[in-house]
Ligand binder design. Sequence first.
Ligand SMILES: [Zn+2]
Length: 213
Amino acid sequence: MESLLAGYRRFRRTVYPGQCDTYRSLAADGQSPRAMVIGCCDSRVDPAAIFDAGPGELFVLRNVANLVPPFATDAGHHGTSAAIEFAVGALGVAHILIMGHASCGGIRALMSGVGRAGNGGSHIERWMSIAVPALEKTLQAGYAAGTDACAAALEQAAIGHSLDNLKGFPSVRDAAAAGRLQVHGAWFDIETGALHLRDATDGSYHPVAVPEP
Ligand SMILES: [Zn+2]
């Protein structure tokens, strides 16, 4: 806790003074972020840091392995679905980016069998079962479970699967059909800092060019 408070004090002394006008206008006028990012809880992949975004710029949802569940109307507590509904329906974001990453612990767990018990297991078990179709697809493509190559392919396949689920939300479908919303996938390589964008046509991933200044 002490390190959290020390960080807060640094923020108040060195960061906040330069942003206080932004915070005041956001408090007065409300937020109107143009993009929603769905990322992983992993401490190494902070969307605000990766996209160099300030207060009010990104509507961020982070969950284990950056998954989007299928649209459902049951009585469960659907936190991720509620955030998507709010971002699209109330905020009117123009973009939703699902950002996966290398060395994802949730995806590693999925690869080792977590998720296959489905509704019978822990919260993690139930949550990771969302991505079991991506695991099956990755294994069918010839990747050997347990290898680094399989993990990376699964991280990327799970983003595609979550994008498919995202498009199953009526609000997302309607906004996209009306030309008000675009959905995207990306994968962040922690070691190199490279962001790879997903090609919507064939599901391949390509690093974003970073020209020298
Ligand atoms: Zn992760």
